[in-house]
Design a protein around this ligand. Sequence first.
Ligand code: PBG
Length: 340
Amino acid sequence: MLQRPRRLRENDVIRRMVRETRMDPSSLIYPMFVMDGENKVEEIPSLPGQFRYTVDRMGEKLESLIRHGVNSVLLFGIPAVKDESGSQAYAPDGIVQRAMTKAKEDFPDLYIIGDVCMCEYTSHGHCGILHERAVGNQAELHPRHTVVDVDNDPTIRLMAKIAVSQARAGADMVAPSDMMDGRVLAIRQALDAEGFDYVSIMSYAVKYASAFYGPFRDAAGSAPAFGDRRSYQMDYHNIREAMKEAKTDVEEGADIIMVKPAMSFLDVVARVHDAVDVPIATYSVSGEYAMVKAAAMKGMIDEKRIISEMAVSAYRAGAGIYISYFAEELADLMREGYIG
Ligand code: PBG
């Protein structure tokens, strides 16, 4: 027998020598929630083991991340007050802006990424400014009526304003997650015009309308008050559309393209990786974390082995960057050589 694939699985030395997927902690990003208030660290009920931090207490977590070798954070702000136009998203003294400035002061080497969206800041929980829009025609099957929907162009102007406010506060990178058309270009132009041409853009270019975001919406209080996000986030039956979204965003100036969620969308990660020549990130979202935690807490699965398989499969599919609530645990596993 000439071919004997098992020869290369004989022991740990050879198994590791021939590994096709290599990872290290520098490829991890940790998503983190900061909230208004003082001296508070609150556990998020839908994400056991994950917390919301006030600005004066977030340093504890940042220190721990750095100790584990995780040097990048994706910050989400939870403001004390929300309004129709999400004005706290771009307020110079908004929660996320204050968090960025403090984090940069205390941890100058930390790489800070800001989530750019309005859903955590609007009273209605949608990702932008709402308007009434006429749809349908006169035909009986599709009678003319109005829907309330996110108004694309005024929203992208606000996205640009949020991005600039975060850059001013110290963000190294901005990550628009709203899925409006044309926002990457609007953000790039606004950043450049303000002298922030070195601030990069990681676009949530391929973001599916997904039930996997459920726990996050509890964490951020950002569930839409009515309707859903299907008129702006992608239908999970589609993959060719993902190529279009990714290519458009690269043309508009995105430096990194993200596919989200991760676990159920690895075919999309692989295809997008082949379709565009920028680094690919994938976000293992709150629902993925919550499912693992719930099952592990009941003793039904082995958490360490499950998160290892989830992470490695994302890299194997083509992701170079992995955004995960398990970033610290994964960094340890990578350094120990358990994975990667
Ligand atoms: C904001 C945003 C969401 C997530 C990241 N940015 C929520 C949503 O689109 O409803 C989800 C992240 C997660 O579930 O961990 N638009």
